[in-house]
Design a protein around this ligand. Structure first.
Ligand code: FAD
Length: 403
């Protein structure tokens, strides 16, 4: 390398940075690089808008499941969140405003996918979907974890006669009002869709493979008075964020990575109490009861899932899916669940990280080979043999239960 970074000062040359991805992490990377005094930065974004997750997921009910006043950049508190857990579109607006305010929106090159990265002994050579090439001293990959939709291996998906789409590719032209809607999956997206649409559709069929631990947390609006208070005195907002952060780290983040922790036991008790108190029918209750410890999968935060699934027009289907047919989903017991619209809320390919970018490091070593059978990284950030290539939200970076 022809430069050294010491206490945020740059000696030698002005290094060139390429950031891959303009989601929450890539934008943060660009903001912090500028703060540190670097000026030669390009953020490559394959889509035509920034925001990553919050641009792509537009399904009914999408909202943060971390309190909004915590789900913000620490240096950019937002007094105007509408709810304790604000809707996705608001988060997208927040990220766009933050990128503008912090001077990085203009660094983003949209519609430009990074296809290949090769280390030539001193710099990274970058191949782009536009056919252009670039070079950078440092590459920061912020390509997302919950980014590549995972499509289930179910026979007949292409035979379904009505609209069929992944939750991260919501078809807003699909008529759901009064329709017979099928949702495959019971993760956070499926639960949010169920809560948002059960009173809109004619019938809602939720296909469950694994019951979830569901914590009932209300999502009230933030009052006008509180918002005015946050605007008038930013220290109140900072205090609120610190408090939420302490509670979240102690009561949640630390808990889910320590199977024996009292905090995780408490979360488990809360999940059981939610189930026992809110699900009246004993058969349904047993179908919804998880048979594994809380924290093995991402916990579900929902103010209304159990109410929604007990509506007269909602059905929880626990029989295994045999195949999809033109008219609906057939389960292994031979029953055809007739549907007009089918949503695959089947999550994401969480082992992708930088892939499908072809990454070739020192000595021609391919990252894809190194990551067979599974991805690894030093502190989730870097991989030996790939100098000055850093990942945000790399392997094991997000909380373990995201995967
Ligand atoms: C439905 C849903 C709900 C979620 N809710 C929460 C929540 O409540 N709380 C929470 O903490 N987290 C939540 N998450 C996780 C969320 O993904 C992260 O919080 C955060 O938004 C991730 O930001 P990111 O920048 O790392 O990735 P992303 O937001 O995925 O952004 C990655 C960006 O990189 C771009 N990109 C990828 N590959 C390339 C390439 N080769 N070339 C150019 N550009 C590329 C993508 O187009 C995208 O814009 C949720 C995720 C989903 C899917």
């Amino acid at each position: 390398m022809g430069f050294a970074v010491d206490d945020n000062t740059i000696s030698g040359v002005n290094p060139r940075f390429a950031v891959v991805g303009a989601g929450m992490a890539g934008l943060l990377g660009a903001i912090k690089l500028r703060e540190a005094g670097f000026t030669d930065i390009t953020v490559y974004e394959k889509a035509d808008r920034l925001g990553g997750t919050w641009r792509e997921n537009t399904y009914p009910g999408i909202a943060c499941d971390v309190p909004s006043h915590l789900y913000t950049y620490s240096f950019a508190p937002n007094p105007d969140w509408s709810h304790v857990f604000s809707p996705g579109a608001e988060i997208l607006g927040y990220l766009e405003a933050a990128a503008d305010r912090h001077g990085v929106a203009g660094l983003v090159r949209y519609g430009t996918e990074v296809r290949r990265l090769e280390y030539d002994g001193s710099r990274w050579r970058i191949e782009l979907s536009t056919g252009e090439r670039d070079e950078a001293d440092v590459v920061i990959a912020a390509t997302g974890v919950l980014h590549h939709p995972r499509y289930p291996d179910i026979d007949g998906l292409d035979e379904f006669a009505g609209p069929l789409f992944h939750s991260a590719r919501w078809d807003h032209d699909a008529p759901v009002s009064g329709a017979r809607l099928g949702v495959i999956g019971t993760g956070s997206s499926a639960v949010q869709i169920t809560g948002a649409l059960v009173d809109v559709v004619g019938e809602l069929h939720l296909f469950q493979r694994t019951p979830q631990w569901v914590l009932a947390v209300d999502n009230p609006p933030v009052s006008d008075e509180d918002r005015a208070r946050y605007r008038a005195d930013p220290t109140v907002l900072v205090g609120l964020r610190d408090e939420l952060n302490a509670n979240f780290v102690q009561g949640f983040a630390n808990a889910v990575v320590d199977a024996g922790s009292p905090a995780l036991m408490r979360l488990q008790e809360l999940g059981i109490a939610n189930l026992e108190e809110h699900v009246a029918d004993p058969d349904l209750r047993e179908k919804l009861r998880p048979h594994y410890r809380a924290g093995c999968k991402r916990l579900i935060i929902s103010p209304n899932f159990y109410d929604a699934i007990q509506r007269p027009n909602a059905r929880l289907v626990t029989e295994r899916i045999d195949r999809v047919e033109a008219g609906g989903v057939r389960t292994v017991d031979g029953v055809l669940h007739e549907l007009d619209v089918l949503v695959l809320a089947t999550g994401f390919r969480v082992d992708r990280f930088l892939r499908p970018i072809e990454v070739v490091g020192r000595g021609g070593v391919r990252l894809d080979d190194l990551w067979t059978p599974r991805p690894y990284a030093y502190l989730s950030v870097s991989v030996p043999g790939f100098p000055n290539l850093f990942m945000l939200n790399g392997p094991n970076g997000p909380v373990a239960t995201s995967r």
